[in-house]
Design a protein around this ligand. Structure first.
Ligand SMILES: Cc1ncc(COP(=O)(O)O)c(C=O)c1O
Length: 408
């Protein structure tokens, strides 16, 4: 067997052959890059927006997998249609009350976002985005070399009045990116009045709204999110995923978009990866349809636990560090976004002290898409994958970290 030796010259030559696209990628700044962290082995990780594996329907999915693979001819191991596995499409179509012609199954939410951007954003176009923002969206935008136009987000979601002001002042955009439900990182939801106004602006100023909905089903309010304002508009591209409800490792989601854009999305997809894994689609469809109430029961169980954890974390922080944070009890999603009230506390020094005391979280400074936010005075604490005892302990350790800083 011949072996190719990698000399310093060949790796330099490879570097020189990198495309302009790859050369322009920015360096990771920590978020989404676990290798940059060095936590204590016993650290309590309040880091990622990940579901608790104990709340995922693992037994049901494995039984579904056995049934799917036992089907004559094993169709789930063959090629399939680009749009998706018919049973999964019909389930989504019925649940979301949307024609199958407006759907495309994706490899999860991030993939759906990338497809949406490729469909409606010309290279170099301006795109208005949440500020603070889900940082991986900005990373994805690098592929389109899009120009970021940051728009503030408050407890009622995207500041649509500010968006209107800059549009009236002549700013052109080809899309708005926002997380309307239980925002990552800032935990609020877009008000109905703002949803309606955003759709009106999209029609008037000819842009699309990319609505990133991973947390819509992680809802503690007892009432479903009212999606009517967005559902009625052909300006909105809905990006959904099973990541938070059935597990990120599935890499399974869907986008909903106007019929002509859906046809473009299929044409694009058929030039990329053909379709999402049929095996994954078929297993999930079998789980969703073989016992029609199973998914909602599963969600209800999980949401009860997540809501309890959110409450526990808020109560523990109030008890251990009274008045230290300005915070709101989450109504859904996986995150608490508390703001430091004490200006003498340096947020980076606090994160470092917390790490030494065994608590890891994302610093708020990872999340701005532009100037003008108070994100660098905030922490993003994820409670989804940590039990209540450990959340209590995390608050105590955080209080220890604050005391250590004050004693310096
Ligand atoms: C706001 C937001 N959008 C998209 C995603 C990506 O979802 P997926 O894992 O399905 O690609 C996440 C996951 O953390 C998220 O928080």
């Amino acid at each position: 067997m011949t072996q190719t030796l990698k000399t310093p010259e060949t790796s330099q030559a490879n570097r020189n052959r990198r495309t302009a696209l790859v050369r322009a990628f920015t360096e990771p700044k920590g978020f989404g890059d676990a290798t940059l962290r060095n936590p204590r082995p016993d650290a309590i990780e309040l880091l990622g927006g990940i579901p608790d594996p104990g709340l995922l329907p693992t037994a049901e999915l494995s039984e579904a997998a056995v049934r799917v693979l036992a089907r004559p001819g094993a169709p789930a191991l063959q090629y399939g249609r680009t749009r998706g596995w018919p049973e999964l499409l019909s389930w989504i179509s019925e649940r979301e009350d949307v024609p199958v012609e407006q759907l495309l199954i994706t490899n999860g939410g991030f993939h759906g976002l990338n497809l949406a951007v490729s469909l409606v954003v010309e290279r170099g176009d301006p795109v208005a985005v949440d500020n603070p923002v889900f940082p991986l969206f900005l990373r994805g935008l690098e592929i389109s070399d899009a120009r970021v136009v940051p728009i503030g987000v408050d407890s009622k979601g995207l500041d649509v009045d500010h968006l209107e002001e800059i549009l009236r002042a002549g700013q052109r955009i080809s899309a708005v990116y926002t997380v309307p439900d239980f925002h990552n990182p800032s935990q609020g939801s877009l008000s109905q009045q703002r949803r309606r106004k955003l759709v009106e602006l999209a029609e008037e100023h000819d842009f699309h709204v990319i609505a990133d909905n991973p947390y819509r089903e992680i809802n503690f309010t007892g009432a479903p999110v009212d999606v009517s304002a967005f559902n009625g508009s052909d300006r909105v591209i809905h990006v959904n995923t099973f990541t938070k409800t059935l597990g990120p490792g599935l890499r399974l989601g869907w986008i909903r978009l106007p019929e002509e854009l859906a046809a473009d999305a299929i044409a694009l997809r058929s030039r990329q990866d053909s379709h999402t894994s049929l095996l994954v689609q078929a297993i999930v469809a079998e789980y969703l349809t073989s016992d029609p109430g199973a998914f909602d029961r599963q969600l209800a169980r999980a949401n009860q636990v997540y809501a309890g954890r959110a409450r526990t974390l808020v109560d523990a922080l109030d008890r251990e560090l009274p008045g230290f944070f300005d915070l709101q009890v989450p109504e859904g999603g996986f995150f608490l976004w508390p703001r430091l009230q004490d200006d003498s506390i340096d947020a980076d020094a606090l994160a470092a002290s917390a790490s030494r005391h065994g608590v890891e979280y994302q610093r708020g400074s990872f999340f701005p898409s532009g100037p003008g936010t108070d994100s660098d005075r905030r922490l993003r604490l994820s409670y989804s994958n940590v039990g209540e005892d450990r959340l209590d302990l995390a608050a105590r350790q955080l209080a220890g970290a604050v005391a250590a800083l004050r004693a310096q």
